[in-house]
Structure formats: C-alpha cells, structure tokens
Ligand binder design. Sequence first.
Ligand SMILES: NC(=O)c1ccc[n+]([C@@H]2O[C@H](COP(=O)([O-])OP(=O)(O)OC[C@H]3O[C@@H](n4cnc5c(N)ncnc54)[C@H](OP(=O)(O)O)[C@@H]3O)[C@@H](O)[C@H]2O)c1
Length: 258
Amino acid sequence: MSIAESVNNPAEGAFQLYTVLREHLAAPLPKGLSFEQACVIPLALATSGYGLFHGEFLGLDMPTVPARRVDGGKPRAVIVTGGATSVGSNGVQLAAAAGYEVISTASPKNFDYVKKLGAKHVFDYHEDAEALVGKIVGVLKGRSLAGALAIGDGSIELSAAVIERHADTTHKFIAAANPPTSAIPGVQVRFIDTRDAAEPDGHIARIWKDYLPQALEEGQFVAAPDARVVGNGLEKIQDAMDLQMQGVSAQKIVVSLD
Ligand SMILES: NC(=O)c1ccc[n+]([C@@H]2O[C@H](COP(=O)([O-])OP(=O)(O)OC[C@H]3O[C@@H](n4cnc5c(N)ncnc54)[C@H](OP(=O)(O)O)[C@@H]3O)[C@@H](O)[C@H]2O)c1
C-alpha cells in the first residue's frame, strides 16, 4: 500500500490498544520513559519538524547529537513562538539541536521550562505587541534570522513584524501551525500541512531514524510537555476532551489504554 493510499487507515489511528506504526516513524523508548509520557512526541514532532526543516518551509539544517555547532559567521537565530505548547516544546528542542539560537514566547511561569528545552530568550506574549517586537529585535542584534515557526494566536503577526524590522533576515518566511487569516506583504506565510510527513525518506523520518533514538537515549531530547494522564480506557476520552477544552499550560492530556 502506498503512503497516499494508506492515509487515514484506521489501523494507524489513535484511541485503540494496538496501533500499526511505520518503522521509519518509531524509535526505541529509553529506560524510564513510559508510553504515556512518550506519546506527547509524535504529533508535535511531526508538525514542528515539518515547519522547521522541510525545504518548502524554513528549510533549516537538521538537528544533530550533540547539537550542531556552527563555527564562523554570525550566530543564527530562529523564532519558535508558543514554547509551552506541545508543538513548541518539540520545536524549541529541534531548532536548538540544529544549531540555532531559539527565541520563544510563553507566560512568565513557563519561561524556565522553555529555556530548559533550549530557548535562549523567552518573552511574554501577553505584553504590548509593539514593545514585544522591540525586545525581540533587540536580542536579534548581531544575529541572522532564519524565519519563524508561529504557534499561538497573534504569533504570525508578531513574527512578521520582527522579520520586517530585523535587517538581517535570511528567510522572510513563517511556518504557521494554524492557517493564516490574511496575507502579509513582504513575508511568506505557509500553513504546516503535514500530509506527506510519513514519507520514508522525508524530513520527519530522518528525525526519527537519524536523530531521535540517540537524542532520547542521551537525554538531549526530552518528551515534553508533561503528560497529564486523565485515566484509563476509552470512556475517559470525553473527560480528556473536556479538560483540553478548558486549556492546558505546558501539559499534554493523555488517556492510557490497556
Ligand atoms: N498544522 C498542524 O498539523 C498542527 C498539528 C498540531 C497542532 N497544531 C496547532 O498548533 C497549535 C498548538 O497546538 P498544541 O496542541 O501544541 O497546543 P497546546 O499545548 O494545547 O497549547 C497550550 C499552550 O498554548 C500557549 N499559548 C496560548 N496562546 C499563546 C500565544 N498567543 N502565544 C504563545 N503561546 C500561547 C500556552 O502557553 P502558556 O501556558 O505559557 O501561556 C499553553 O501552554 C494549536 O493552534 C493547534 O491547532 C497544528
């Protein structure tokens, strides 16, 4: 069965005890990492990894273990907003491992969390937009900016304003977790549609095969955010949905099945 034919194949779906996985999209769990915690990775890794590394998006260098070092030239930076989201928690780690200084946003209570994942600077997205843009442009001084992965309301506009103001932006591009609502002159914005993320030789497969096993084993990539296990069994799915609808902060709502 080709990749295209098998999209939406129920055997590969969630909410079932045994799910068929593709070998190139799986990695061994290191000792001590539970399935409940590890399950925060796949969707968020695919979304952020696609936006950061796919050539039709930001096209960044791939992550390495240890983190890629770039000697000579200006330090390179990338914006990954929403560092406390599931997508952002994975994206911050991947971008840092690829050798970019990561600039992120979160609520102040999550600043340390996002920095621990590898962000160099984290700013409060509740701040006045103009002041926030000024602060981010300030820390970008002397750095080349490789674009932005925008996660969270207002993040496309924030990233676009920074890209516009920072003279040394090598790629005026925003990979957007959510569809943009309007065009932004001078900046290309593209919604991350992970339709072919399962390709065996694609960027996501390369992260799973060439980066993740060693990075997890050596603790250079962690399963983040924390899984909040709501309970066990399909009957808990509604409770989980209700909790998710109330909003989460640096957490992933998980239901275990066994
Ligand atoms: N394109 C795709 O294929 C794809 C796949 C998955 C998800 N998504 C989208 O990606 C986004 C993130 O999904 P998720 O499941 O990772 O989210 P999530 O974990 O449910 O997000 C919760 C977090 O959002 C943060 N947040 C809320 N508003 C923000 C803002 N304006 N700026 C920055 N951070 C903000 C909060 O941070 P604080 O607690 O620090 O305030 C909170 O921790 C969603 O919009 C989702 O629809 C897209």
